[in-house]
Design a protein around this ligand. Sequence first.
Ligand SMILES: Nc1ncnc2c1ncn2[C@@H]1O[C@H](COP(=O)(O)OP(=O)(O)OP(=O)(O)O)[C@@H](O)[C@H]1O
Ligand SMILES: [Mg+2]
Length: 361
Amino acid sequence: MGYFKNITLSNFRNFENFNLDFFKTCNVFYGKNGSGKTNLLEALSLFTKGRGIRKESISNIIKKNSNNFIVKSDFNSFDINYNLTVESIQRNKRKIKSLNINNDSSKETIDNFYKVVPFLYFMPENERLFLSSPSNRRNFIDRFIFVHSHNYNNLINNYNKNLLERSNLISANQYDITWIKKIERNISEYALEIYFLREKQTKVLVKYLNYFLGKFNINYNVITRLVDKNYNTNLSIDNFANLLEQNRQEDSLLGGSKIGPHKSDYIFYVNNDFLVSQLSTGQQKTLILLIYLSQCKYLIDDLNIQPILLLDEICSHLDDINRKILLTLVESFNLQVFMTGTTKNLFSFLSTKTNFCNITD
Ligand SMILES: Nc1ncnc2c1ncn2[C@@H]1O[C@H](COP(=O)(O)OP(=O)(O)OP(=O)(O)O)[C@@H](O)[C@H]1O
Ligand SMILES: [Mg+2]
C-alpha cells in the first residue's frame, strides 16, 4: 500500500513555510476554523491529476502576495520511494501546476504515478449528496469511477469537446453534413461508454451498500434509479446518433444537447419506494459513510487498489452506529487516512495509534 511520509509547504494558501511528518495509518489535523486543515488535504490532493479537492484555479492556491507555491513530499509504495514536488509555474499568462517525480516530469512518469496514488476524498458538501443537484450527484459518481479508471477523465473531456463542437457548428447553421454526422457518432460512442461505466459503478456500490446495511443491522435496502428518459440498456450507438440528428434543429436554438449523460441523474430509494433524501440528516450520513465503506471494499477486494482517504470534517452527525461505521472505514483496511476536525476529542473513538497534528500551532 502507498503512503505519504511527510509534507513540506512553501507559500501554499495560508502557509508560508510548514512541514509535518505522517503516520502510515491514521493522521488527524485539528485546530480552529481557518487554521489550514482543509488546505493540507488540498495540498496532498495535488499529487494526483487535476486541480485538487477544491478544483480551484492554481493562482488562488498561491499564498497571497507570493509568486509561486511549492509542495514536497516523500511517498512510499511497495518499498519504492518517490520524491514528489508539485509547484505552480507560469505558462504564458496563466499559472499551471507542475508535478515532478524523482526529478522526472515526463508525461509517462507522471501518468504512471497517478495510478500509484488513488485518492478517495470526502468533502463536507458530500453530506448533502441526496439533497443536492443532479450535477453534484453525477460528479460524485464520476469521481468514484476516476479512482479506478484513469482514462475516464479523458472520456468525459472528449465527450464535452465533441458536444461543444457540435453546438458551435449547428448554431452557425452552416455545416458539412458528413462532418456533423461524424461528430454525433463520436458523441454517441462516448455517451454510451459513460452511461455504461456509471451504471457499473452504481451497481457495485449499491450491492456493497446493502451488504453493509445488513452487517450493521440496519433493516432496509437501498436501490438507485437512473433518471434519463432517453437511456435504456438496449440503446445502441446508432439509436443515440439518430436521436441527436432528430434534435439538431431544437438544439441549435437552445444550445447544447437536450439528451446525453450530462443530463441524467441517479436517485436513491429506501426499500424501493421512499426517497433517501427524506431520511433524517444523521440517517443520510449513515448511508454516505456506508457508500465510502462500500467503495473501499470494491477498490480493495475486487480491483486490488488501495486508496488513500482524505476525509474533511467527517465527524458531524455521529451517533453510535455512525461512529462504528466511520471506525470500520478508517481502521479495517490498513489504509493511510487523513481526517480534519476542530477539536481532538472528536476523534476519541479511534482505537489505533493516531498521529494528532495541531494545525493552529
Ligand atoms: N491564497 C491564499 N493565501 C493566503 N491565505 C489563504 C489563501 N487561500 C486561502 N487562505 C486562507 O487559508 C485559511 C485556512 O483555510 P482552510 O480552509 O484550510 O481552514 P480550515 O482549518 O479547514 O478551517 P475550517 O475548520 O473552517 O474548515 C483561511 O483563513 C483562508 O482565508
Ligand atoms: Mg476546513
